[in-house]
Design a binder for this molecule. Sequence first.
Ligand SMILES: [Zn+2]
Length: 255
Amino acid sequence: MLVLVWKRADIRETSRLVTFLSAERGRFVALAKGAHRRTSSTLGKLDFLNRCEIGLSGRGFPLLSRVRLVHEPRALRSRARFLAAMHLAELFDRAILPDQGDRPLFDLALGAFALAERVEPRRLPVVVAAVELRILAALGSLPDLSQCTVCGAPLGTDEPAFAGAHEPGLACELHRESGSIRVAAAIHAWLPRLVATKGRELPSLATDEGFGAVLSICGRWVEAVFELRPRYRALALSSQDAAFPRRGASGAMPR
Ligand SMILES: [Zn+2]
């Protein structure tokens, strides 16, 4: 079974509990016996976000019977990449439920961490926003962003739209809610594009300074759906080796 290594907890001297993500079992915990010994070949394979093939045994609580390292994400040792990965991990940790397989979300996680390793650092914010919107979509929390969520009217490319502050979605001027944010046409057009663009094409998606406002909207929606203030998001988006968004870009940082 292909897994992402998620968390480790030491129990007793010779064993660890390891949390994994997989398409088949969602987020689950297995016991790795003997993984503590310095000579253990398992130990080095069970690092955060390593991709592994594992075998499980045991009738009740799953025991880790074998581990083969498939990929070690060394590129995530850079600060900007690591922070982006940490932020997305916090969201996947909420989205992927214990012991409930969800292949689309698992595949999204695999793709997201692979992109965080490989995309040019200044493009990391594009990946963050696109993955955020896709997680919301996978959870059924993202309406069609090319039309008004109330009346279904297509949102034109020359009119502003209004972004919901309490839930994801865009509305026309007539159906704007109180507290919604006015979004210029050139900017709201980005949101459906981020959802529709194929993962491998995301790194080359052209952006401009208006993208700061897109990041701000995605941040609000993530907070609304997950009811949390992401711990790493602002850091990830302002990290030194991610040059974009430029300092002073309006609304780039949620706080
Ligand atoms: Zn409307």
